[in-house]
Design a protein around this ligand. Structure first.
Ligand SMILES: NC(=O)c1ccc[n+]([C@@H]2O[C@H](COP(=O)([O-])OP(=O)(O)OC[C@H]3O[C@@H](n4cnc5c(N)ncnc54)[C@H](OP(=O)(O)O)[C@@H]3O)[C@@H](O)[C@H]2O)c1
Length: 271
């Protein structure tokens, strides 16, 4: 197996039931990983030939008590097993519409998952990762690089993931723990349907989940703390953060408003 993920004996993934998380799982299985792989999501990954070393822990990561339960289970599954740990914090969802659409509780649930859940699970597993050695991968987004009107809370939640991840990387470096923030751009998955878009706005610049996974393993192998997946996405992020702060939101609003109009048009056409 060429991927640096080969060097871990325990791998915890959140959200391997779908999309990018499932692509991480597929990549590990295809490359013959011998690790104990533990997935945390509400539903089980389907359509894969899963080995005995794979465990699914049904868990809603927006609920603190379920995270505590899952963390205890992980510790017992990995008990006494030597080797490094890899934690991939991938679970997350977006929500599309002017705040507070579709409603406040949906938005708060998104923040609970995208921010609180990720911080909580990392804190619960960090002592073991430090003891055994290892790495943490946090899935942020290109949405983290500027304000995202019509996805305001989602973009802000991913800014948190990005900034927190980079800060954690600096803290953990001296302990030998690599922390990597991954920023995918628009990627083929269930994300857009769940976020309330009519159709995924991928035309011409979307990536596959497998491309995001390849970019991740590449960055992990090079000891990086940040990767933006895809050349065009890297250009857009570089451009976006060079714009004056006050210009970023109006430009993003123009782009995201058009996506909303297109989504509404395609929804109406399908009625
Ligand atoms: N696709 C994109 O364009 C894109 C771009 C940038 C960043 N991202 C980020 O990439 C990550 C993966 O998204 P994706 O594109 O693969 O979307 P996806 O296909 O919708 O997958 C989302 C995953 O998150 C899990 N999840 C959702 N709610 C959960 C909860 N309450 N508890 C536990 N797990 C939960 C889902 O599992 P269950 O439903 O089984 O619980 C699923 O496995 C997210 O953090 C997303 O923000 C995606």
């Amino acid at each position: 197996m060429s991927s640096p993920a080969h060097s871990f004996s325990t791998i915890i993934i959140t959200g391997a039931s779908s999309g990018i998380g499932k692509a991480y799982l597929q990549s590990l299985l295809q490359n013959g990983s011998q690790a104990t792989i533990i997935n945390l999501s509400r539903t089980e990954p389907k359509g894969l030939d899963l080995p005995d070393s794979f465990f699914h822990l049904p868990c809603d990561l927006s609920k603190p008590q379920e995270i505590d339960w899952a963390a205890d289970k992980i510790l017992s599954l990995a008990y006494g097993k030597p080797g490094r740990w890899l934690l991939i914090n991938n679970s997350g969802f977006g929500s599309y519409g002017p705040f507070p659409e579709p409603n406040l509780s949906h938005t708060l649930n998104m923040l609970d998952l995208n921010i609180r859940g990720l911080v909580h699970l990392t804190a619960a597993l960090l002592p073991n990762i430090q003891q055994q050695g290892g790495a943490i991968i946090n899935i942020a987004s290109t949405a983290a690089w500027q304000p995202t009107p019509y996805m305001a809370a989602y973009g802000a939640s991913k800014s948190f993931v990005l900034q927190w991840s980079l800060a954690l990387a600096a803290e953990q470096k001296e302990k030998g723990i690599q922390v990597l923030a991954v920023c995918p751009g628009p990627t083929e998955s269930d994300f857009f349907r769940r976020a309330g878009f009519g159709e995924a706005p991928l035309a011409g610049w979307g990536q596959t989940a497998a491309q995001v996974v390849d970019a991740t393993w590449n960055a992990l192998g090079k000891g990086r703390t940040l990767v933006v997946s895809g050349f065009l996405n890297r250009c857009l992020c570089a451009l976006s953060c060079r714009l004056p702060k006050v210009c970023q939101a109006p430009i993003a609003a123009f782009v995201l408003r058009r996506m909303r109009l297109n989504a509404m048009k395609s929804r109406n056409a399908n009625v």
